[in-house]
Design a protein around this ligand. Structure first.
Ligand code: AMP
Ligand code: MG
Length: 403
């Protein structure tokens, strides 16, 4: 059961094992950032609701526009934004109007105030294109149309659009709940004295950040020592209250790598050697009703395997439609060693030089060197069939989110 599989195959198997998505819940638009829509948002109104002025100026009727020279019109009223002119504009009349104010009946064109000469209650206007400077009813959103489809992630612009429809609440998917464990006798908690043989736990915190960035809810379950009984009890307890149980460490072939043994006993597990570097060993399975991911202990490998395998699973659980992330080509400014037959990920620093994107690695690339991630703003993705990269070659890069 130690088959070597490709990254793409591992991803496909993981997604196939997640058939259901989280239940819906109603949330205030104000709190919806990062959530996923559980249903289509359909507008019941036109946005904007009326034709309105795009500028501060004077509304007139097209038949009053001079073809040449100028024409004098009577300014019959002053209409601030938020007010309505209830009469009909007649021939020879103009209405002083502010940006966003509804167009009066009878008018279809607006002069910007810079174009006209105002003298007392009269305004002198030059030629202008009929219909200029009017924003039309429904030009942003038409009543009855789907504005945002189910499965869309709510970003800032979606929050704004939903609010523009007059909606205060929307139906979104519940956030997947993720239990995060670190494993290993050598791992100590920050803030606590460590022994000479221990290192501080970084994975629990890096993974927590990744879980939160993926729009899910993280529970910190602490560090479990390399003891079968304790691992068994704690993983089962966490499985009862979470959608996903996440561990790091203990999935390779060392004497104390007990995660697999616990899962075989308490759930089911597929243990894969994924043809990638870093991050080869990954354990995927079920424990109780929860999905289980056993990530490697090395900090860069843990983050990378999360990125490749856990994040798409979380996104799918949350009902998200779009699971692909953008990648593009950049020029490698240095040679890179690459073994054919596996996918390799370097941590890169992307910079734009004025006419092209260039990328360099962030120094030593060992899978325990976590600062190779903090110095990075992208992953360099070297595909399976690629060999060594020469300086000047184009490589795939996948930018990190900026927060
Ligand atoms: P393991 O997979 O348990 O053999 O761990 C592989 C490497 O990752 C070892 O050097 C561990 O000390 C290290 N490691 C495991 N868990 C953590 C953690 N939570 N934080 C930092 N390093 C870890
Ligand atoms: Mg260990």
């Amino acid at each position: 059961m130690r088959a070597m599989i490709s990254v793409a195959e591992a991803q496909a198997r993981i997604l196939a094992a997640i058939p259901s998505i989280a239940s819906p819940e109603l949330v205030a638009v104000a709190n919806a950032h990062g959530r996923v829509l559980a249903e289509d948002v359909r507008s019941t109104t036109d946005v904007p609701p009326t034709d309105n002025s795009a500028v501060d100026g004077y509304a007139v009727a097209a038949h009053d526009l001079p073809a040449t020279g100028t024409r004098r019109l009577d300014v019959v009223a002053d209409l601030p934004a938020g007010s309505l002119f209830t009469e009909t504009l007649r021939t020879g009349q103009a209405l002083r109007i502010m940006t966003g104010a509804p167009m009066p009946a009878g008018a279809d064109t607006v002069y910007p105030q810079e174009m006209v000469t105002r003298t007392g209650a009269r305004v002198e206007v030059p030629p202008i294109e009929a219909g200029a400077n009017v924003r039309h009813r429904g030009e942003d959103v038409r009543a009855g149309f789907v504005v945002l489809p189910a499965g869309r992630v709510i970003r800032a612009q979606e929050m704004g659009v939903v609010a523009s429809l007059g909606l205060a609440q929307i139906l979104v998917r519940q956030r997947p709940r993720v239990a995060i464990f670190s494993t290993g006798d050598e791992v100590a908690d920050a803030g606590v004295e460590r022994t000479a043989a221990q290192i501080y736990d970084s994975n629990r915190f890096a993974l927590r950040g990744l879980v939160q960035s993926a729009g899910a809810e993280a529970t910190d379950c602490g560090i479990i020592p390399d003891r079968f009984d304790e691992l068994h009890a704690q993983l089962l307890a966490a499985a009862a209250a979470h959608d996903i149980v996440l561990t790091s460490g203990g999935v390779s072939v060392g004497d104390h790598d007990l995660v697999k043994a616990v899962l075989r006993d308490a759930g089911s597990i597929d243990f894969w050697q994924v043809a990638m570097q870093p991050g080869r060993p990954v354990a995927v399975g079920r424990i109780g009703a929860a999905h289980f991911f056993g990530l490697p202990g090395n900090p860069v490998a843990a983050m990378l395997t999360f990125h490749l395998f856990v994040r798409p699973a979380l996104w799918k659980l949350a009902g998200r439609q779009e699971l692909d992330v953008p990648r593009f080509r950049a020029v490698s400014m240095e040679p890179m060693r690459k073994k054919r037959g596996r996918r390799e990920f370097k941590r890169g620093r992307l910079a734009y030089t004025g006419d092209r994107w260039e990328v360099r690695t962030t120094g030593p690339q060992g899978s325990g060197i976590l600062t190779s991630m903090t110095e990075a703003n992208c992953l360099v993705v070297l595909e399976e069939d690629a060999g060594d990269v020469a300086a000047g070659d184009r490589v795939w890069v996948e930018p990190f989110a900026t927060s």
